[in-house]
Structure formats: structure tokens, C-alpha cells
Ligand binder design. Structure first.
Ligand SMILES: *Cc1c(COP(=O)(O)O)cnc(C)c1O
Length: 390
């Protein structure tokens, strides 16, 4: 019997040895063997079967991280999933695995701002050049390709401005030019989009967000196909980036309800977005308006939408900040993907460098994460606060 993934998430990782429904947390630096021969045997097994969890030292993980990696490998339909201490660790590992001095990379203009800092500024010090592409004009990828281009780094939808992109077209441009591809899929998670199946070489998810779902743990996952597996395996070994077993346990626990939570995040977000579109000052950055470019691209690739959206508001900065501050149910803070709703005024202009986002002086972006509260209460909170941006 082949169960659906929703069932698999509920029934996986039972521990028959301890007769517990959940896997034990195995903490280890030293792993003990009966003899030198047994150590060598395990090392040989690890070389022959590098995704099989034959470990001889804690830096490679323990059975607790192995269980999580296996679940995510199945969810991603990938060859393997590497686990990192934070989501950004996975972004770093993806780039560090493939890119070398002298290379160039092409990155989505609306990428997560730490990723922008890493690629635009930090990599420059290693003689690696970054060019940014317009998420809605893929000719800007083609125009930037040179013999040195090693990687196209996508984030879909774009951070804060939420541009959906023609993912198959990006992959086909990359394949034609023998360029590797990576995508940051934190917004959709493989529950809504399976990038490796689509043809990406690498797919990143910040486990801090929806995987854990409870705002109490950080982690990252980097899913890879067979083509890049060895390169990432070497880089992982060199950097020592790995998730700890306690964190892996919490992420595994969160994953049990990933589908249930995301379905609810989606239905709550739809209700809130439908309410907000009635306001003439606000353009809701969420795949809602049938016929719009973003809606069509979302529909083509995604099975659903998560709870994070942007509001492009025409008003003064002072009024927009007053609106955000007066929200009571929405917390003000970074991160997202937990059970609770959050609101932030995004200082995009102040952070400078978007090449392709044309925000006029009286336009501001507020990011909302729609949590699992009763949507009626969220709408009431928003409705009360919106009077400040009349
Ligand atoms: C949060 C986030 C990250 C980084 O994840 P951390 O777990 O916070 O390090 C990367 N990409 C996107 C799109 C994110 O939202």
C-alpha cells in the first residue's frame, strides 16, 4: 500500500526499538564501536552508501538528524537533503558548494536581503561577480550569461515584493547554457512546490519557518539532485554546517502537521487578502487576482499559497508605520511561518539596492504573516488599524 504524503507525515519515524511514536533524541559527538574493524566497516559503508546514515562521528549527524533528512528527502522528491543549523546556512552551503573564484552568478533581484548581502558584497571579495535579474523579464537572465556563469539563484516569490516567476523557463535557459540552478523555496515549501522534480539542482527551505511552525527553533534544509550531491557533500564536510539533534527533533515534530497548518494558513490568508483588496490604497501582493501575471505564474507551478503576503500601500511613511504599530493581534518582529500573525514595515528603499522594483516616494511595503488565529479577529484588527492610512 502506498500512502499519501499526508499519511506518511503522521506515521513516519516511529521508534520500534523504544516502542515510542516519535524518534529518540540521540546526542553524540563520539560514536562507540566494538572494534577497529567495526569502525572501518562503517566508514566503508558510508562511502558506498553516503545517504544511508552510517556515521562514525557526531559531526555527520546522528539517527535523529538522519530521520529528518529521510522525511524531507521524500517530501522534496530529491536525491538527498542536507540539514544546516539555520536556513541561511543552507543558502551559504548551496553557493559555496558550486561557486569558485573567477565565476559569476545570476541572482533574483528581490532575493532575501542577507542573500543579497552575501552575493553582491561578500562574494566580491573572493572575485565572484553577481548580476541580478528582473523576475518578470527573463531576458535579463539571458543578457547576463557569460562563459563564467556558474549558478542561477532563484527565490520565488521574491522577498517582500512577491514576484512569481516562470520557473521552467529559468531551468531551460540554465540547462541550455550548462549552468547550475538553486531556488529558495521557503515560501512554498515542497508541500506546494517541488523544485527538484521541476528540474532545479538544489532547493533551499528555512526550516525555521513552516517546517517547525512554532517559532521556537532554527534550521535549514538543502535538497539536491544526484548531479550536485557530491559537491555539496564535500562542502558540508569542509564547513561543518550541520543541524543539532535537539533542533532536528523539533523540526520533525513540526512536520507532522505541516499540511494541516499550511492549509489553514492558506485559507486564513485568502480571507484576509480578500478583505484587504477592497481598500483602494492597498495593492495586495498575494496570488489572488485571476488573470494577473503573478496569479498565472503561481497557478502554473504551485499547489497552494502560504500565509505570507505583502501590502503595497499608497500613503506617507508616518501613516503606514502608525497603521502597523496600532495592530494588536499582529506581533512586530522578524521571521515568519509560525502559528502567530506578524506585521512589519519593510525598509526596502532604505536598504537600498533593488534594481527593478519601482516604488514611488509615497509607496510603502508592509509584510504580513497570516497565522492560525481566527481570521475574523485578524480582519477586525486590520480594519480598526486601517483608519490610519485613509
Ligand atoms: C528566513 C529566510 C531565510 C533564512 O532562514 P533562517 O532560518 O532565518 O536563517 C532564507 N530565505 C528566506 C526566503 C527566508 O524567509
Amino acid at each position: 500500500m502506498v500512502y499519501s504524503f499526508k499519511t506518511f507525515l503522521k506515521h513516519t519515524a516511529k521508534d520500534f526499538h523504544n516502542q515510542s511514536v516519535n524518534p529518540p533524541i540521540v546526542r553524540a559527538s563520539t560514536i562507540i564501536f566494538k572494534s577497529m574493524q567495526n569502525i572501518r566497516k562503517t566508514q566503508k559503508q558510508n562511502i558506498k552508501d553516503p545517504t544511508g546514515g552510517h556515521y562514525d562521528y557526531g559531526r555527520q549527524g546522528t539517527s535523529t538528524t538522519h530521520v529528518l533528512s529521510k522525511i524531507l528527502t521524500k517530501l522534496e522528491e530529491s536525491y538527498h537533503v542536507f540539514l544546516t543549523p539555520t536556513g541561511f546556512g543552507s543558502v551559504f552551503l548551496a553557493i559555496f558548494s558550486l561557486v569558485r573564484p573567477g565565476d559569476e552568478i545570476i541572482v533574483a533581484d528581490p532575493v532575501y536581503s542577507p542573500t543579497r548581502l552575501l552575493t553582491k558584497d561578500y562574494l566580491k571579495e573572493f572575485n565572484i561577480k553577481t548580476k541580478f535579474y528582473n523576475p518578470h523579464d527573463l531576458n535579463s537572465i539571458k543578457k547576463n550569461i557569460s562563459k563564467k556563469t556558474k549558478l542561477i539563484f532563484v527565490e520565488c516569490p521574491g522577498s517582500n515584493s512577491f514576484e512569481f516567476q516562470d520557473l521552467s523557463k529559468i531551468i531551460s535557459i540554465a540547462k541550455k547554457n550548462k549552468i547550475f540552478t538553486a531556488i529558495d523555496n521557503t515560501w512554498g515549501t515542497p508541500y506546494f512546490l517541488k523544485p527538484i522534480k521541476l528540474g532545479f539542482d538544489m532547493s533551499i527551505v528555512s526550516a525555521t519557518k513552516y517546517y517547525s511552525g512554532h517559532s521556537d527553533v532554527m534550521g535549514g534544509s538543502l535538497a539536491v539532485n544526484k548531479k550536485v550531491f557530491k559537491k555539496v557533500q564535500i562542502a558540508e564536510k569542509i564547513t561543518g554546517l550541520r543541524m543539532g539533534p535537539d533542533d532536528a527533533y523539533l523540526v520533525t515534530r513540526g512536520l507532522r502537521t505541516l499540511d494541516v497548518r499550511l492549509d489553514r494558513h492558506q485559507s486564513n490568508a485568502m480571507k484576509v487578502a480578500n478583505f484587504l483588496t477592497k481598500n483602494k490604497k492597498i495593492k495586495v501582493l498575494y496570488p489572488l487576482k485571476k488573470g494577473s501575471l503573478n496569479y498565472r505564474l503561481w497557478k502554473r507551478y504551485y499547489e497552494g499559497a502560504s500565509g505570507l503576503m505583502g501590502l503595497r500601500i499608497k500613503s506617507s511613511k508616518k501613516k503606514v508605520i502608525k497603521f502597523v504599530n496600532s495592530l494588536k493581534l499582529f506581533g512586530h518582529g522578524y521571521s515568519w511561518g509560525g502559528f502567530e500573525s506578524l506585521a512589519l514595515h519593510q525598509e526596502i528603499r532604505e536598504h537600498g539596492d533593488r534594481s527593478y522594483l519601482n516604488l514611488s516616494k509615497d509607496e510603502h511595503i508592509v509584510r504580513l504573516h497570516i497565522g492560525l488565529e481566527d481570521p475574523k479577529d485578524l480582519i477586525e484588527d486590520l480594519s480598526r488599524s486601517l483608519k490610519f492610512i485613509k
